[in-house]
Design a binder for this molecule. Structure first.
Ligand code: SF4
Length: 146
């Protein structure tokens, strides 16, 4: 069993040790890569120059554990929110798990399983607001009917 520190946070900011795991298109639904790509070289330089890369890409980097504001009671509090979102939203469930190359090394997948993956495509982080992670899932059928 991997410890949190051996696993990767899939909603990291563009740190020096980050890899790109997906692109966030205008509709906000992440398109994941089959394999993480190190965020280095010209990509990194250009992303840093433009700023706010987390609005357009998802990055993975080693889990910060207790140094992260989302770490509560010895675990990442976002995992429970993702699992709950999947379990309570038919729109998310219907889409299944994305094809994502991070799977074996992902903290969320390792601790939240398939339900965490199903909701993961709706997550983006925003470096303008330190350690802020946004979750923009489609409304459930119940919400749409209300
Ligand atoms: S939770 Fe699943 S879909 Fe999201 S980054 Fe981890 S392995 Fe990929």
């Amino acid at each position: 069993m991997n410890t949190a520190q051996q696993l990767l946070c899939p909603a990291a900011e563009l740190r020096r040790d980050a890899s790109i795991i997906g692109i966030i298109p205008p509709d906000g639904k992440v398109s994941f890569f089959g394999k993480p790509v190190p965020a280095v070289g010209e990509f990194r330089q250009e992303a840093v120059r433009r700023g706010h890369a987390e609005r357009n890409f998802r990055f993975a980097a080693p889990c910060l554990g207790a140094q992260c504001s989302k770490w509560k009671q010895g675990r990442c509090s976002l995992v429970g929110a993702l699992v709950h979102a999947s379990a309570s939203n038919n729109e998310i469930l219907a889409q299944g798990e994305p094809h994502c190359g991070l799977r074996e090394r992902c903290y969320w997948q390792n601790t939240g399983g398939a339900k965490a993956c199903q909701a993961c495509r709706y997550v983006s982080s925003d470096a303008r607001l330190p350690k802020t992670v946004r979750f923009s899932a489609p409304p459930s059928r119940r919400e749409q009917a209300a």
